[in-house]
Design a protein around this ligand. Structure first.
Ligand code: SAM
Length: 235
């Protein structure tokens, strides 16, 4: 299905080595994505070359933003068809990954894919701002999220899940700096500290910005607020 050499080479350009087993798992994942996309609209990216660059390698770039020790507890907020969480799990299957989304049918696909690939992950159907008030609050070493909301809103979804000294990595496009400038007070209010914004170019010349935020103190109990308040009055 995919060009494995393309995947291996594009990942290697970011210093990430993929073995044959991982390349086979990515190939099977792409196959399932294309198959399921015929029935459900999971992703607009359908071409195998684009799946490699825009989904797989893009998701793996998270590993270039910070050190992610094996067995880390990671939550992917708004995972959709599994990005970036599932490629991260294929790259390091010791990670304890939770993939969360508010759309059930996408998660049916993610559950199927995780099981077909022989991997283990927690797949949760919920809204981030509701779950972030419950027992998973401040339980993760790392939260990641791609293409879900503007950075200030995303911080309110994601930072409550992160333990003190843990991190949040937002995968953002070319306007990351602008988003950052309006998110500084949200980051601070939620117990975070901006660390860096790493800019990369994918093989298709698209810009990827990895915004890294550290959890430097607890998130005050009033956050995350109910959805209506977040959208009406974003931090
Ligand atoms: N992260 C995936 C990717 O990059 O391909 C999916 C991106 S898709 C554009 C946004 C996803 O975020 C959707 O699947 C949507 O259901 C989910 N989402 C949006 N708001 C959410 C929330 N508050 N809690 C959980 N999931 C949410």
């Amino acid at each position: 299905m995919i060009d494995k050499l393309q995947l291996k080479t594009e990942a290697a350009a970011f210093g990430l080595t993929l073995n044959e087993k991982q390349l086979d798992l990515f190939d099977r994942y792409a196959e399932m994505l294309v198959e399921s996309n015929r029935q459900f609209n999971l992703t607009a990216i359908k071409n195998p070359d684009e799946i490699v660059t825009k989904h797989f390698v893009d998701s793996l770039t998270v590993f270039t933003a910070l050190d992610i020790p094996g067995k880390s507890k990671v939550i992917d907020i708004g995972t959709g068809a599994g990005f970036p969480g599932l490629p991260m799990l294929i790259y390091d299957n010791s990670l304890k990954i939770t993939m969360l989304d508010s759309t059930g049918k996408k998660l049916d696909f993610v559950r199927y894919a995780v099981s077909e690939l022989g991997l283990e992950a927690q797949v949760l159907h919920a809204r981030a701002e509701e779950l972030g008030r419950g027992e998973l609050r401040e339980k993760f070493d790392l939260a990641v999220s791609r293409a879900v909301a503007s950075l200030n809103v995303l911080c309110e979804y994601c930072l409550p899940f992160v333990k003190e000294d843990g991190s949040f990595v937002a995968l953002k496009g070319s306007k990351a700096e602008e988003e950052l400038s309006v998110s500084r007070s949200a980051v601070k209010t939620l117990g975070g500290k901006f660390v860096c914004c790493k800019e990369l170019k994918l093989a298709d010349e698209q810009t990827r910005n990895l915004v890294v935020i550290k959890k430097s103190g607890p998130t005050p109990p009033k956050y995350p607020r109910p959805s209506a308040q977040i959208s009406k009055k974003p931090l």
